[in-house]
Design a protein around this ligand. Sequence first.
Ligand code: FE2
Length: 310
Amino acid sequence: MVETYALRSFNQASPEEIEDALERSEVVYFQRCPVELPSEEDLAWLRSLPGRLKAKNVSYHPESDSVPRFDADPETQRRVETILRTHGQRVEAFLRRVVPDYVHGWTLGTTSFRPVEEEGRKLKPRSSNELIHIDAGAYGATKGARILRFFVNVNPERDRVWGTKGSFADLMTRYDALWDAARNGKDRLRLEGTALDALYSGFVGVVSKVYPLVKVIDSSPYDRAMRRIHNYMKENPSFRDDPTGFKEIRFPPMSAWMVFTDGISHSVLRGQHAFVTTVLVPLENCRRPELAPYRILAAGAPRAAAAATA
Ligand SMILES: [Fe+2]
């Protein structure tokens, strides 16, 4: 029997309660999406877009005010852009109200539509959403900022089903191998950037003033460590095939939820048609920064650290 994650509704919660829950790696869940959605007509049109929406994501980028790499006639292009731009703006207004401490200096990222059925897509492990992972390096380099994602299941009939094996903090306590993956064969995990990292980020920053989409190639030691943990979770059988702590989370039609996707392990097992809006929240805005992946990695492996001082 599959254990199911019990969802708690946050409709009446205060900003502090919501921020604390997010930082404790809870799923902040709304039975009905608290944000005004596109019209029924627009939603039906998005769901029924033929062949041209075969990509994993159709993503609106606010920095370029466009949906890049989406090859369609100008009318279709314009309509998709308008729907996603408007949805992203509504989510932004909602977040400004319900998580006000996160707003200062945040980065508003993409708003995407996930058009394809997630089950049985037979993708390479690193690209597969069906394998449990934590998100890493979303939208270029996070450099320790938290990855906040607001999801809406806009399928009118079917649940969106996630799997989880627990929070980043739990997993880093349970699996020494994740620390080995983060360290990448080195004695020490270095999170602060070198002069070369600074030079590279500076270069990306300059080029992205002219070509805004270039910012997605930025990186940092922290983001690379998170990427190695992400890849290990998806590729290594000793983690991937271990069912310890596995639970299913079911999101009914037209519900919404938000999570720090760098802080809770997740996979998308089944479902089709969802909106996802991404925001990067500076670590210094968090109420409990010690629970953030950056600070957990900076503190070092509990068991390895204990062995080193024994
Ligand atoms: Fe993910």
